[in-house]
Design a protein. Sequence first.
Length: 366
Amino acid sequence: MTEVVSIRFRGSCKIYYFAPEGIECRSGDTLIVETAKGLEMVECCMGNHEVEDEEVVQPLKRVIRIATGTDKENAEKNRAKEGEALEICRQKVSDHGLDMKLVGAEYSFDGTKTTFFFTSDGRVDFRELVKDLAAVFHNRIELRQIGVRDEAKMVGGLGICGRPYCCKAFMDDFAPVSTKMAKTQNLSLNPTKISGSCGRLMCCLRYEQEAYEDLIKQIPKAGTFVETKDGFGTVEQADILRSTVKVRLDTDSDDKLRIYKSNELCAVPGGRPPEGEKPQHVFEYVPEEEKNDEKEAPRWEARVIVSPEEQEKSKTVLKNSDIAEDISETPREDARQERRRHSGRPHRRTGNNKRRTGKRTKEQQS
């Protein structure tokens, strides 16, 4: 076993192993490490841990130190200068009339080298451009040509699914994707629907390819002569995700199709026999066991355990709520009179009684 530290470089999702050299590192720390290009500031993904010797490529580069406040300030200054350097390089490219598209610029940690990333359809002679840039920045200049997929990874953005690009979010390498995968998944072969913003086939076509290949093995293809539980017929259409097929039985009319599950039919070896011969019986239908209607609680759902004391409290709360409901159903007038009776205050006359009293007073005066 070898003790290592897992780190990730800026703008990359791939994880590398470095030797801690006795330094205690924790996940989320910013480290200064030694690389073939000099010192670099990286992010620690996993602290000191041990891995198998077969997983490590010797010799391991070492961790120099945990980044200090001065190191972080230098890194921020370098990032601030990257935007200005990119604008200067674009102006120089325009002056030389080169057919290249600048994507980004990156300063090394010690500031001794500036790397410019660009895309181009062909080879570009940028020797004069490098001389002009070296005279401006007074350090080592590197121009690196990248592909359109790497450009999308550096720039980032949102895909047609509404989520960030997979290559920018978590992919550490680009896996090959072919049009055959789109055919296997019954997707439209329209390039605008199966291509990403980089113009290449979407990387997510590969995610479900193995699942589709396993499902395809369980159901027969369209046009296959099969035996079902109701007789022999021909498959007209297959639904891979539902694992069902539509079959036209020999005993049915041409416009009638029946839907069968993958366990309710079987392909006949050799296909349909010649006319006049009886098909070979190869299928024995075994019905599925009936499932209980009761829904089981999900495995992730935590069980709620209530103590006897909590049960008594809940009963008391329910009893009080029932009493409150009974009081709320009592007429307002009865409740008002009951409060007056307990308070000892005299009963007030209503407005109608006052009017009657006023009429009697007038009659008496008359």
